[in-house]
Design a protein around this ligand. Structure first.
Ligand code: ADP
Ligand code: ZN
Length: 722
């Protein structure tokens, strides 16, 4: 009988705490328990058990909680995550232990109604309609019944009071119906079939169990159908599959495609999922009843019982990196979980990350490539508009060739997408009388005008103020000038140019929330819209069959930053967005407005020679010792007072003492120096490959001054922007 249990508590704590196991309570590693912590009770997970020790003087475990225990694989993943990211182990555990809150557990049970076998005391026409529908004896939800009968809910309520209808508790809806791997489906092309065979083969071979495969193919090549085959094979073997997607790509369109292949929609997991459903899904996954989960990055921490495959779709997406709390990259963690579980991991992308490309070239990952687009459809023809020569009119942003291309497209009855990765109306507001620029009071950012909301908004912290009538600095009227375009301003210009056309603006500001946005995306996909103006929200993952022209309004936006990943990011984004064109019957083309058509990124995009881009970029990274050829880590020191943050950064730098192969840069102001009222300074650690950057960081931080008061030091291993 174990006497002492080490309990890891999902708070920012580095180690597990010891508790006594009371007589009569049998615990196993991974069990979720309730324990006292200070004056309160909290939950934790059994991380270790010591049979011989005596827990005599320790506080006892209160009891076990009825929720799936954390499997050994998941506990290993938590240990790994904490060690790699240097996050407190308890914080890493918190990711794997998202229990429902109390309100969710107290949700009302679902109630249905059916005919009670006696007629209503006071018959009316409306009541007659309800009773006619209910006559078949089936149990329906109240509102479903009212809807079917074409009456209001109060009529149904009246009949319940009357005793003509009786209420019954409904079985909870199943979290997910089982996907059918052998559901009739469209035949694969030869290239797809070959790629699917290559993907599936290793999951059978014992030796290749933990292998990672890079599935690469241009936009529209049919990668989804290919990895669906791997999912199907996994389900046939009675194992579970996890498909990770960037949250933004978890669209109804994708879920319908899944349903087309497997007969049912998959179980989904994302940040918006409600407490009760979340717990039921966790339980279903832990019991092995849910065989496929499609989810955003946090799905990686679900307690799968028998995981047989992980797919990371759009593996290059920056959204996979969590930038607060535990700084982890879901793609990398998927590879780790695959290794722990002994299951294959498929990374899919049209524009893989440099890291994955290098791993594929070196043979660490297997490379499966799909040549060309599905059905031999051509890739869009991409050409540049040199903005130095083809200038738009004053105060306008569409060049004459762009306007003509839109005209031609519309005349052919086709759809155009104008892409600008900037929300709002204008990125900067300037007073022409005194020169004042409107800045956020909490951040080092310009306020972005949102004309629809009549506000100036900070895109960093959400701070918003009414756009003033007169300059708040000098009082001048009519001198506040919007500088530069956002999508709202492009919409204004396009509406003047094409007053007869149906135009929609799609960005994360879309009014009416996710549901309205989903409907709008469907409208676009159905072709019931002529011109789409959008941010990166529309650049990725969507299939718009009527779209034949993509106009990129400012291809240079991402290229000017000092970030060494800027080239990769811009190339990926431009490839993705131009790849939206011509996915249907008709071929597509893309027109790219740029001031530097000779820039290597733009040149590679125009020539369609992605391999050349990768070769050059990989060579440049290698020469500079940048990832994946060297390693990076960042320390972000932040405080409410600028001096305090800077001084702490300097004190850390003084004891950095980097060994051979390690260099430490900074402290320097972070690219965004002020965010939400906190000043940020950054120290950058650059090491040669093969150096244990975690143990260096740990030793260094132990030597340095301890953060006090509101000062914080965040650690970001493998920072995505630097
Ligand atoms: P990718 O993910 O590589 O961009 P998709 O998987 O979205 O490509 O496929 C591109 C288009 O081709 C989609 O419209 C898809 O429905 C269609 N498609 C792919 N494979 C097939 C197939 N075997 N039969 C019919 N249509 C297919
Ligand atoms: Zn702000």
């Amino acid at each position: 009988m174990p006497a002492v249990a080490d309990i890891l508590i999902p708070l920012a704590l580095d180690t597990a705490y010891s508790y006594a196991v009371p007589a009569g309570l049998t615990l196993a590693e991974g069990d979720v328990v309730q324990v006292p912590l200070g004056p309160r009770e909290t939950i934790g997970v059994v991380w270790g058990l010591d049979e011989r020790a005596s827990g005599g003087n320790l506080r006892p475990v209160t009891g076990r909680i009825d929720t799936p225990p954390l499997s050994e694989a998941l506990r290993k993943l938590v240990d790994w995550l904490a060690r790699y990211t240097l996050a407190p182990k308890g914080s890493a555990l918190a990711m794997a232990l998202r229990l429902p809150d109390e309100t969710a557990l107290n949700e009302a049970p679902r109630i249905g109604v059916r005919a009670a076998g006696k007629p209503p005391a006071r018959p009316t026409v409306a009541r007659g309609k309800v009773m006619a529908v209910a006559a078949d004896g089936t149990v329906r939800g109240k509102s479903a019944l009212a809807k079917e009968a074409g009456v209001s809910l109060s009529v149904v309520d009246g009949l319940i009071d009357d005793g003509a209808l009786e209420t019954v508790a409904l079985m909870p809806e199943p979290v997910a119906l089982p996907p059918d791997p052998d559901h009739p489906r469209v035949p694969l092309s030869d290239a797809q079939a070959e790629a699917a065979r290559a993907l599936i083969a290793p999951s059978r071979a014992e030796t290749a169990a933990g292998e990672t495969v890079l599935l690469e193919g241009v936009t529209g090549s049919g990668k989804t159908e290919v990895y669906f085959e791997a999912v199907a094979e996994c389900v046939r073997q009675g194992r579970q599959a996890l498909v990770l997607m960037p949250e933004i790509a978890l669209t109804a369109q994708f879920l319908d495609r899944f349903a087309g292949r497997f007969g049912v929609r998959p179980a989904t997991w994302h940040s918006g999922i409600g407490g009760k459903r979340r717990e039921r899904l966790r339980a279903g996954v832990a019991a092995g009843e849910v065989s496929v989960v499609v989810g955003a990055r946090s799905a990686l921490f679900l307690p799968f019982r028998n995981l047989g495959l992980i797919v990371v779709d759009e593996e290059h997406e920056t959204a996979y990196k969590q930038e607060d709390g535990v700084h982890y990259h879901a793609r990398d963690m998927a590879v780790v979980r695959g290794r722990i579980e002994g299951c294959p991991v498929v990374l899919a992308s049209a524009t893989p990350s440099i890291e994955s490309r290098v791993n594929a070239q070196s043979g660490r990952y297997r490379h499966v490539a799909l040549p060309g687009r599905f059905g031999g459809r051509p890739l869009p023809d991409i050409s540049a508009v040199d903005m130095r020569l083809d200038k738009p009119e004053r105060g306008r942003f569409l060049s004459p060739p762009m306007v003509n291309a839109v005209k031609t497209t519309l005349a052919a009855g086709e759809q155009a997408l104008l892409f600008l990765n900037r929300r709002g109306y204008a990125p900067l507001t300037l007073c022409r009388a005194c020169g004042h620029r409107y800045q956020c009071r909490n951040c080092s950012t310009w306020l972005v005008e949102h004309r629809f909301r009549r506000a100036l908004v900070c895109h960093q912290c959400g701070y918003a103020e009414r756009k003033p009538e007169a300059c708040t600095e000098c009082g001048a009227f009519d001198h506040l000038t919007p500088c530069g375009p956002g999508v709202e301003r492009i919409a204004e210009e396009v509406a003047e140019l094409f007053p007869e056309q149906r135009i929609v603006v799609l960005s994360s500001d879309f009014p009416g929330g996710a549901e309205r946005l989903r409907q709008e995306l469907e409208t676009v996909a159905a072709g019931d819209c002529d011109i789409v103006i959008g941010t990166q929200l529309v650049a990725k993952g969507h299939n718009f069959p009527h779209l034949t022209l993509v106009g990129v309004l400012d291809a240079d936006i991402g290229l000017t930053s000092g970030d060494p990943r800027a080239a990769e990011r811009t190339f990926q984004l431009l490839q993705q967005v131009t790849g939206r064109a011509g996915r249907g019957e008709r071929p597509g083309r893309a027109l790219v407005q740029t001031y530097q058509p000779e820039h290597p990124v733009i040149a590679a995009l125009l020539s369609g020679d992605a391999d050349r881009f990768y070769e050059e970029e990989i060579a440049a990274r290698e020469a500079a010792g940048l990832p994946p050829f060297g390693r990076l880590a960042a320390l972000i020191v932040s405080a409410e007072e600028r001096e305090k943050a800077e001084a702490h950064g300097q004190a850390l730098a003084r004891v950095a003492d980097p060994p051979l192969g390690v260099s430490v840069l900074g402290p320097a102001e972070a690219p965004l120096a002020l965010v939400r009222g906190r000043w940020r300074f950054r120290l950058l650690v650059k090491t040669e490959r093969g150096i244990d950057v975690q143990s260096y960081l740990r030793d260094w931080l132990a030597r340095g001054p301890k953060p006090r008061g509101n000062l914080k030091v965040a650690i970001d291993v493998d920072p995505q922007s630097f």
